[in-house]
Write a protein that binds this ligand. Sequence first.
Ligand code: CTP
Length: 399
Amino acid sequence: MLLGRRILIGVCGSIAAYKTAWLVRLLVKAGAEVRVVMTPSAEKFIGPLTFRTLTGFPVFSNLWEDQEDMNLTSPHIHLAEWAEIFFVAPCTADTLGRQASGRAENALDAVMLSARCPIALAPAMDVEMYRHPAVMENIRVLRSRGIKILDAESGPLASGLSGEGRLPEPEILFQEIVKLLGVSDFWSGKSVLITAGPTRENIDPVRFISNYSSGKMGYALAREANRMGARVTLISGPVALPPPTGVNTISVTSAAEMLEACLQHFPKADITFMSAAVADYTPANPASEKIKKQENAFSLPLTRTTDILKTLGQQKLPHQILVGFALETFKEEEFARQKLEAKNLDMVVMNSLRSPGAGFGVDTNQVSLFFKENKKTELPLMSKQDTAIAILKHSEGLK
Ligand code: CTP
């Protein structure tokens, strides 16, 4: 769910720091890259070695010591720039106070002052400290500067008292981070089937019919769906791309092989994206030996391949979402709508070869999305990665 997301965790000196070890474990397990920065007081409650072992990276905890093992000259600046989000849990009254007055006394303070990414703090302290007007005022000041401050939970506290001031459980903190990163849990646990790339239809053992599809759009969809938490099966024609990490990639060559793989995996799929450029025709009688040239013109009898998308559209169950792709050079909207209807689809992603920056091989794309009831959305020219994210986001509303 968090594959490749860069999360910086800050730890302050509170007994609740033991919960942060479990939080870090959950983040790493979800695929995130995690770095940890600690205050000197935090080290009295939990050892940097714990976090170093869980994350696989050195912990930043001392502004003044040689940071040789981090291999960085200004780790506070580097970490602040690296992070997509800086999440401090537990955050003490002392750290709140220093941040409210803009001080940079320790490593954690310095990173927080340098950070441009979203910052969230989860306070943990005794109930009387939490309710102290100075602490309340510091929280107000920090919130007014755009820092998100979670509410502490109520319950038994380390002092033996009971009241507000508890750090929420690691699973709750994990969900907060997921929310702050804008990761929806729509895709979590969903089965997604994607086809990508061209197919090759053999003429003889040395020649084939194919097309210019690079597979980049389908691979970007597979990577992004996996990153959002889906279980992804990618059925790919021959392409020059590495299989995406964490994705079940099945390599096929011909339209017939792609059909067979799709029929096998479609029943388990919640959402299917058919971005492959499948050959519509295949040689009627592929030769087993190389065809020798002749003096005269040569013609090659072709037969129709099975329309995989249409076949799946006929088998589709009410809970399944089926998305087709269309590449057109004229009457784009008319043809896209015809496909939506004829193949029983929930959405058509239409590429026009007339749009500059869209089409084969390039890293950008400009697509229009067609839905039932004559609805349509035009996406801007974007990287194929951003286009993939937008296509996935629009698919969330299809059922
Ligand atoms: N498709 C398929 N099986 C085929 C051919 C295409 O599954 N044998 C899928 C593609 O993956 C894509 C969509 O169908 O999602 C493209 O629709 P299609 O009508 O085949 O487009 P064109 O081949 O461009 O059709 P036409 O020749 O009618 O323009």
